[in-house]
Design a protein around this ligand. Structure first.
Ligand SMILES: NC(=O)c1ccc[n+]([C@@H]2O[C@H](COP(=O)([O-])OP(=O)(O)OC[C@H]3O[C@@H](n4cnc5c(N)ncnc54)[C@H](O)[C@@H]3O)[C@@H](O)[C@H]2O)c1
Ligand SMILES: [Zn+2]
Length: 355
């Protein structure tokens, strides 16, 4: 299965996302696979069976979000120079979103930019991080604050890698699939309600449909000047939750699941999303054991955190909320009182806690 990304110009930046068994990857110049010990231990042999290049190197970086830093990038670049890679060389990202974001960023700056290929191995990176060309790292000011738009040359999505993925990591990817369906595609949402993603064929179809939706958004708005912002549904809340609960306790997709339920509450407060539809979203998330409960300690403090988000401009925040399943709405600069009212429901011990 193939889904095309067709960027307006220059046309040479178009690329294909191939969903299905990993095909042979033939690279003319030199190449380096960037991976981590976990993914390489589980799957590198299979990848090596498919890749050929003039010279092929493997660069292994430690596993984890905490290594998604400029220091690691420097270290990777040094290895690329050690191996005498050049402007015609290609990097291959082999891992989850952390590896994908870092490999893409290294590729965007190595000798002013070289090609890279995405071979995502987590569900989240297959449906989200590997598609669309956002690359980058974290620093002490926050997540993904430094980076570049650098589109891959190709993305190869093979569900075979996911067999070794822990259940929680799998569910975190499902949250981003649910996000796409709620925002853009009611029939897909209904399909998700009736199909089990633990089944291989269903999973592959869900990935394809989700990636197709993301591809369409990226084709329309590569640099997030408009509709791409809709992909932040649940994320404005999730980023605050992640800040408060400390990275590592909740997976990103888990925070997004809670964030979507909060965004739905806000939409209900504004009167354009129904309790019934919100319940359907919650039920779907619960089916994959995603969290939909969270206790806000202090609604005011939680509210203040929104303004630290890099996506808040001039003291304004925009919440992406559903109008109905399959239809998004941008709630620009809503009244503080109404937002805090919603947050307070999550603060009250009984109420928020029993959701
Ligand atoms: N660029 C984008 O558009 C975009 C979009 C969403 C998320 N992201 C980024 O992606 C990152 C999160 O990605 P993630 O959820 O894939 O996390 P991750 O890359 O940290 O992977 C999660 C864990 O699963 C392990 N793993 C990977 N593949 C595996 C496999 N097949 N079997 C067993 N274990 C495996 C990893 O080593 C890691 O320990 C964040 O840094 C986030 O900022 C980027
Ligand atoms: Zn996300």
């Amino acid at each position: 299965m193939k889904i095309s990304i067709q960027l307006p110009r220059p046309p040479s930046r178009d690329y294909d996302i191939t969903i299905g068994p990993l095909p042979e990857i033939k690279i003319d110049g030199k190449a380096a696979i960037i991976t981590n010990p976990k993914v390489s231990g589980l799957h590198l042999k299979n990848l090596l069976g498919a890749v050929s290049a003039k010279e092929l190197y493997i660069v292994t970086i430690p596993d984890g979000e905490s290594y998604k830093t400029m220091d690691t990038i420097e270290w990777v670049l040094d290895r690329l120079f050690d191996h005498r890679l050049d402007r015609k060389s290609t990097l291959i990202a082999f891992g989850g979103g952390v590896i994908g974001d870092m490999t893409g960023f290294a590729a965007s700056i190595f000798e002013r930019g070289i090609d890279f290929i995405q071979v995502p191995t987590t569900l989240l990176s297959q449906v989200d991080a590997s598609v669309g060309g956002k690359t980058g790292i974290n620093n002490r000011f926050g997540k993904n604050l430094v980076g570049a738009f650098h589109q891959p040359r190709a993305v190869y999505i093979d569900t075979e890698w996911l067999k070794t993925l822990p259940k929680r990591e799998f569910a975190a990817g499902v949250a981003e699939i649910v996000k796409m369906a709620v925002m853009f595609d009611a029939p897909f949402f209904e399909w998700l309600e009736t199909h089990d993603l633990y089944d291989d064929a269903n999973l592959e179809e869900a990935i394809a449909r989700s990636v197709a939706l993301k591809a369409k958004v990226v084709n329309e708005d590569e640099k997030e000047k408009g509709v791409r912002a809709v992909l932040n549904y649940g994320h404005t809340f999730a980023h605050v939750i992640e800040n408060f609960s400390g990275y590592g306790n909740l997976l990103h997709g888990e925070a997004v699941a809670i964030g979507m339920v909060m965004a739905n509450d806000l939409a209900i407060e504004y009167g354009f999303f129904s309790e019934e539809e919100a319940e359907r979203v919650r039920k779907l998330l619960k089916r994959y054991d995603l969290p939909t409960e969270y206790r806000i300690e202090d609604a005011e403090a939680f509210y203040d955190q929104f303004f630290l988000d890099k996506k808040s401009h001039d003291g304004q925040i925009t919440f992406i909320v559903p109008e109905k399943i399959g239809k998004w709405h941008m709630l620009v600069d809503p009244d503080k009182e109404r937002v805090v009212k919603v947050l307070k429901k999550w603060q009250a011990k009984g109420e928020g806690g029993e959701r």
